[in-house]
Write a protein that binds this ligand. Sequence first.
Ligand SMILES: Cc1cc2nc3c(=O)[nH]c(=O)nc-3n(C[C@H](O)[C@H](O)[C@H](O)COP(=O)(O)OP(=O)(O)OC[C@H]3O[C@@H](n4cnc5c(N)ncnc54)[C@H](O)[C@@H]3O)c2cc1C
Length: 310
Amino acid sequence: MIDLLIVGAGSTGSVIANRASEDPNRRVLLLEAGPDYDPLNQTPFDLINSHNNSYKQHDWSLRYSPTHGRDIPFPRGRVTGGSSAVNTSIALRGMPEDYDEWASLGNPLWSWDQVLPAFNRLERDLDYGGKDYHGDAGPILIRRYPHSELLPQHQAFLDAAEGLGYPNCPDANDPLSYGAGPQPMIKLGRLRISCAIGYLAPARLRPNLTIRANTLVRRLIIDKRKCVGVEVEIAEGKTEVISAKTIVLSAGAIMSPAIMMRSGLGPRKQLEKHGITVLEDIPGVGQNLSDHPAILLLQKPSRRSTLILH
Ligand SMILES: Cc1cc2nc3c(=O)[nH]c(=O)nc-3n(C[C@H](O)[C@H](O)[C@H](O)COP(=O)(O)OP(=O)(O)OC[C@H]3O[C@@H](n4cnc5c(N)ncnc54)[C@H](O)[C@@H]3O)c2cc1C
């Protein structure tokens, strides 16, 4: 019998698979809908190349409508490493006061003091690893572009920020910092250090960890209010049930609620609309997503030469 079954080998699932399989007596099964690449030299270039996001080859092709009449892509990684394998590689921590606010709302384990050791443990900060608010021995490498690697446009931006009175911010993950400076990045040269590379690669050799790729989980099997297994697709129209003692659902902010709703856990009205038998009417499932809202400023240069990269 499998001890721990993890649904989704993304950022979260890869970390859990690694940490849970440290105990050789625990049998861990990691299920992933997308492909798995091992070793690194067989990993396709779109996943290696941190200079661009991978939007097509390893994506779920989801779309959404943020406002009426506008339908835009909602990229999500479909591969071991999940969205960490296709993303922009920015390694920016949240603001300490935001974590403390979550703690004050009733989540004491989310205070800044509680999460800082986890941030330190995950990283090997190549620039500031010696600081007490950084780590120097974790699986995820972090560095910032030094001045010598900045393009003239980047340098001009930083000069303009300084001219406007913004302080220089060499390390945006310093909890007291603010101002303008380089982003901390999860990349080494061009290589994107995804959670597949940082967390799954070192755990692969463990005989108690099985990674099963190209395996889509349809729904959770619930027995007397307890999740006892999952139903997976093995071929067109064919399914298989896999049982386990404990199941972790880590299929991401979009797919985890979708799997729950297909399993009969979610808002009654919505489930009934799709002919799904309601096991638990849970109104919050699949609602109120807010995904890093951002403002993008585009500027049209007055002189074409401004765009020439060196
Ligand atoms: C294009 C892009 C750029 C981003 N840039 C940044 C950035 O620069 N910095 C940053 O901090 N964050 C960034 N993010 C966000 C960050 O990558 C995600 O927040 C993070 O990876 C989410 O982790 P997760 O484990 O929740 O989900 P994911 O990493 O998405 O993992 C979910 C996994 O579950 C699998 N899965 C889903 N459904 C099923 C199913 N039914 N059966 C089996 N497997 C399933 C998926 O294939 C995937 O591998 C970006 C995301 C994207 C898509």
